[in-house]
Write a protein that binds this ligand. Structure first.
Ligand code: TRP
Length: 461
């Protein structure tokens, strides 16, 4: 079964195609919207530092593990655990991934919808007055535009629908023509534009304080919450813990080098996140009337700040449009990868057609997304519950951490680290960091994640 599934399921065209698609999955709102948000909430540079350490020692380790399972089993998450450990409860870990994927897709699409709405707003010139303003008025205006938009139920639901529709459409057309084509062309453009915007933000008068907030760690701000959320952010931004990379790994050729592929994905994602920070914080601190206390509780930080950066550019109108187009595409290459997990599951295990699976899960995610879409001012009670932020905590941090913990235990002790290493070595016979990886997958990753989860449970009661 596994054999002929390979041809039916399709494969990446080349190693580069995989790196682009996997980076396309990883790079998205996680790096550009969520990372600065968490940096702002959790003490600035200490968070950045913890995040980078988490990416290197835990994120990279778990990514390699997921890719190895995927390529070894040529399967979706549920099928993969069944293949390696038949007749066991490990398949539940696959189901956890499928369910987590649907929930993350639902609220993530709300934010992706903001990007779509902001593209529209930029086109109609909603931000054109910002450039001429000075002082505290700039932030107040940008903030007002955002809050009014996020609180409009109709606009929120339309934007959500557009995102889910586009995602289902691409997924229903299959791996090669769908994901690959989208990811390959536009990533380099996004990167160039972000570098450009970062340079502008860094040269604003007063940018230095923002840079210090972002890069100069104040260790008195280091708390368990910082570690938890930095580890969670590493999983979120690298698309780990629910089987996305496992599923993408199942389309990789045996000849490809998983180690360098994983390395590139981790590196490019972290680079984009850091560059996004170089845009957001210098702009924030260069805008009068703002301090970390002002923005700590915001959910749309990037959306409130970016129009200000862009308004400070000559030709800002065009740059604004370009930026939101690229952000939208970056978000879509991520939503596509989330939908791919439940779709691959239904296609492989339940023998649904791709189209049916993509459409039905799209509809489910749309309905779960509606309450999240209405929780930023749209409906009072949902806003009071802070529903979207809670969904992000439960699915985007906790469920991913639980998933990643179980994946590392599975690989290290059930499949056995040396067998996983064997799979990795098919495309990389030397695998020089093998002892380091084995140590990390057996001890560093599971122990750290476990401690972090215990902290959350402790924090909840
Ligand atoms: N990593 C993506 C981002 O940062 C989001 C994402 C895609 C994701 N697939 C995922 C997050 C799977 C968690 C799990 O925007």
């Amino acid at each position: 079964m596994a054999g002929d599934a390979v041809t039916e399921r399709g494969n990446w065209g080349s190693k580069m195609a995989f790196i682009f698609a996997a980076s396309g999955s990883a790079i998205g709102l996680g790096s550009i919207w969520r990372f600065p948000l968490y940096v702002g909430r959790h003490g600035g540079a200490v968070f950045v530092l913890t995040y980078i350490i988490a990416v290197i020692f835990i994120g990279f380790t778990v990514m390699l593990a997921e890719l190895a399972i995927g390529r070894h089993t040529q399967s979706n998450p549920v099928g993969a655990y069944k293949f390696i450990k038949p007749n066991s409860q490990w398949k539940l870990l696959g189901y956890l991934g499928v369910v987590t994927g649907v929930f993350i897709l639902s609220y993530y699409s709300v934010i992706a919808g903001w990007a779509a709405g902001y593209l529209y707003k930029t086109v109609i010139g909603a931000f054109r007055h910002l450039g001429a303003m000075g002082g505290a008025e700039t932030w107040a205006t940008s903030d007002r535009i955002f809050k009014k938009f996020a609180a409009d139920p109709l606009q929120m639901i339309i934007c959500l629908f557009v995102i889910i529709f586009l995602t289902s459409f691409v997924i229903s057309r299959g791996v090669k023509s769908g994901i690959e084509r989208w990811s390959k062309i536009l990533m380099p453009f996004l990167f160039a534009l972000i570098v450009f915007l970062a340079i502008r933000a860094l040269t604003l008068p007063g940018a230095g304080k923002g840079l210090a907030f972002f890069l100069n760690p104040d260790f008195s701000k280091m708390t368990p919450a910082v570690i938890l959320n930095a580890v969670g952010q590493a999983f979120f931004s690298l698309s780990l813990g629910m089987g996305t990379m496992l599923t993408y790994g199942s389309y990789i050729s045996k000849k490809d080098n998983l180690v360098t592929s994983a390395g590139w994905v981790c590196f490019s994602t972290t680079l984009i996140a850091v560059l996004a920070g170089f845009i957001i914080f210098p702009t924030l601190f260069a805008t009068p009337g703002l301090s970390p206390e002002t923005f700590e509780a915001e959910t749309g930080l990037m959306f409130q700040v970016l129009p200000i950066t862009i308004s400070k550019l000559p030709g800002g109108y065009v740059f604004g449009i370009l930026f939101f187009i690229l952000l939208l595409i970056a978000a879509l290459t991520s939503t596509i990868s989330m939908l791919e997990v439940p779709t691959a599951f239904l296609v492989d295990e339940r023998k649904w057609s791709r189209k049916k699976a993509a459409v039905i899960i799209g509809i489910v995610a749309f309905f779960f997304g509606i309450p999240a879409a209405l929780s930023n001012g749209g409906v009072k009670i949902l806003t009071k519950w802070n529903l979207m932020v809670r969904m992000d905590q439960v699915f985007g941090t906790i469920a991913l951490a639980v998933g990643a913990l179980l994946i590392s235990i599975f690989v290290a002790y059930v499949w056995k680290a040396k067998n996983a290493a064997g799979e990795i070595m098919l495309g990389n016979t030397s695998f020089r960091i093998r002892p380091v990886w084995m140590f990390c997958i057996r001890f560093v990753a599971p122990v750290t994640i476990l401690i972090v989860l215990v902290i959350i449970v402790y924090g909840l009661f």
